[in-house]
Write a protein that binds this ligand. Sequence first.
Ligand code: NAD
Ligand code: TYD
Length: 359
Amino acid sequence: MILVTGGAGFIGSNFILDWLAQCDEPVINLDKLTYAGNKSNFAALAEDSRHIFVHGDICDLALVNQLLATYKPRAIVHFAAESHVDRSIHSPGEFITTNINGTFTLLDAARTYWSALSDESKAAFRFLHVSTDEVYGSLSPDDAPFTETTPYSPNSPYSASKAAADHLVRAYYHTYGLPTLTTNCSNNYGPYHFPEKLIPLAIANARAGKTIPVYGDGQQVRDWLYVGDHCAAIRCVLQGGRLGETYNIGGWNEKANLEVVHTLCDILDQLAPKESGSYRDQITFVADRPGHDRRYAIDARKLAHELGWKPAETFETGIRKTVEWYMTHQDWVRNVQSGDYFKWLDKNYVQRADQQEVA
Ligand code: NAD
Ligand code: TYD
């Protein structure tokens, strides 16, 4: 079996659902159920004995040791993290705890466990660390996309904490020989995406008749990848990735934020037309994010050449599927919009609107 951390979050839950749809190898899912973790993401697995959910913290060494000793996984796929840049600006401490200390705890527990395995199991074991393109910093319009050798230059507490975790993973390979793999992926979108990130927030707000907040001039560029393609890439790297290597994952889909929001509004105009006007009328420019990275872009050729992975979805097919998913899963959206969620919206957006008026 494999141990997945953060499997109640956006990408982790998609990964587990896809994994169990494709093979019978069981999954232990260790998740703390922060505001971003939702058991309803894997409601479809409620009766499935191949999925074992453990409510717990990756920083809890005794728990991680116990899970490794009990279930003897052949691999760890590590998604658990604090993942939202804006939250990392408001409360960086939690990012340091989970993303750095938590990754360290997992690595150290994995090292102890792996050292005691038979030679055959040792050779087969993998620790796959899921990371982000944000560790490379920000590109200018004419810069080439990030490759695996682009120097690290993280600019937010989130990306700095992920960069630190990546360095720890690298060190555990070089120092102890732990069979690690690291993936650095661009922005994902798709089902079960928590509605604090741009795409699900824009869809939820558009449907609720609220303003759709665009930071600054809306010309920041992200390289969007459908979550199912990210999960397929992780499976590829887990199966065939060279030990100690990092692999960039991206969809060759660079889009400015405003273009993304326009696309969402146009799809909604077709699928759920308003009585008058367009969803575009709800777009509101608000104060920019401090230290906002201007452009991310991923060169995913290493993964394509070495392991033959390429995305199945274009942005056009993936984004339409995503809007349709949100329209048919409004209960899921309502469920995850708890009191904490509304407090976050107040904290992040009321202040931005005030700043915008002053500006
Ligand atoms: P998410 O915020 O949706 O989910 C994170 C999950 O981790 C949640 O279920 C949460 O409960 C859990 N978690 C948080 N702290 C924990 C702890 N201490 N112990 C156990 N579980 C804990 O995040 P996501 O978007 O699914 O991202 C998953 C991973 O992929 C992260 O490592 C992130 O850095 C990386 N990544 C995300 C993107 C993206 O666009 N979302 C892109 C590239 C890489
Ligand atoms: P986000 O989804 O938070 O991902 P990341 O910061 O990890 O790239 O944001 C994507 C882009 O959208 C980013 O440039 C910030 C911008 N953005 C807005 O313009 N408005 C919003 O309300 C949010 C959440 C993000």
